[in-house]
Design a protein around this ligand. Structure first.
Ligand SMILES: Nc1ncnc2c1ncn2[C@@H]1O[C@H](COP(=O)(O)OP(=O)(O)OP(=O)(O)O)[C@@H](O)[C@H]1O
Ligand SMILES: [Mg+2]
Length: 262
């Protein structure tokens, strides 16, 4: 059985895709079988692992609309040791059609059930909205990982996301947990970031990952090379932070065995 982590925050540009790609790659580096699912029409996660979103014949759209079996759409990326369910602009249409389909909020969950024994971890990169696609992700997920920038408005947006999570837990998916809150693009010289970070710890205690992802130019550059940071520059602070995050995730779910590949 795979453990499904939705990387979600309706606020744009907080580091969801960077987190999804680099967490997936770091888990894969510890020899876990990992599927990265791109649920965003922007296709950033797809491009970020070196797959041309314009060139893929089929995408997660075809899976959600029950037009293709998931196994036929998954792309294996042997050099990264992980697999990808790609997305591109066609997702916009999927979002609308899903509203009229009986499978509706369960489309992703249903599709992932077919490959549950093929992967240890499934990482879902959500779009920046509390949309039908994010709902699909939260219905399919065991845990939600919430990346956030420690800014003034960060906490405000968080309550809308927490409400949605509560609702989905009550109505559809009682096992859904907040897996953790991840502080991204962190600048320890910024007093506001320190304040917001302290508030987060006060409110959410050990739900806040100990790992802090620093603002790191390597993390921003890596996607333009189609590589996770740990492949693009394994010595970078960004790559190390995401490896540490993977360690925290493994400790919570997997007894913490870090089986680093040679
Ligand atoms: N720790 C970091 N240090 C430096 N740059 C970062 C870091 N994390 C993310 N970025 C950059 O910030 C931008 C937004 O990050 P990202 O695309 O991961 O956010 P997102 O939440 O997925 O955005 P969207 O809401 O549009 O999907 C990108 O250009 C990314 O390269
Ligand atoms: Mg994104």
């Amino acid at each position: 059985m795979s453990y499904v982590i939705a990387v979600a925050n309706q606020k744009g540009g907080v580091g969801k895709t960077t987190t999804a790609i680099n967490l997936a790659a770091s888990l894969a580096a510890t020899r876990r079988r990992v599927l990265l699912v791109d649920l965003d029409a922007q296709g950033n996660a797809t491009m970020g692992v070196g797959v041309d979103k314009g060139a893929v014949a089929r995408t997660v759209r075809d899976v959600l609309l029950e037009e293709s079996p998931i196994r036929e759409v998954i792309v294996d990326l042997p050099s990264l040791g992980l697999s990808l369910l790609p997305a591109n602009g066609d997702m916009t249409e999927a979002e609308i059609k899903l509203r009229d389909m009986a499978v509706g909020d369960f489309a992703l969950k249903t599709a992932l059930a077919d490959v549950a024994s093929d992967f240890d971890y499934v990482v879902l990169d959500c779009p920046p909205a509390l949309s039908k696609l994010t709902v699909n992700a939260l219905v399919a997920a065991d845990g939600v990982l919430i990346p956030m920038q420690c800014e003034y408005y960060a906490l405000e947006g968080l309550s809308a996301l927490m409400d949605t999570i509560q609702k989905i837990r009550r109505v559809i998916n009682p096992r859904l947990e907040v897996e953790g809150l991840l502080r991204t693009m962190y600048d320890p010289r910024n007093n506001l970031a320190i304040d917001v970070s302290n508030q987060l710890i006060q409110h959410f205690g050990d739900k806040v990952y100990r790992t802090l992802v620093p603002r790191n130019v390597r993390l921003a550059e890596a996607p333009s090379h189609g590589l996770p940071a740990m492949v693009y520059d394994p010595a970078s602070a960004g790559a190390k932070a995401y490896l540490a995050l993977a360690g925290e995730v493994l400790r919570r779910h997997d007894g913490g065995q870090m089986r680093l590949s040679a």
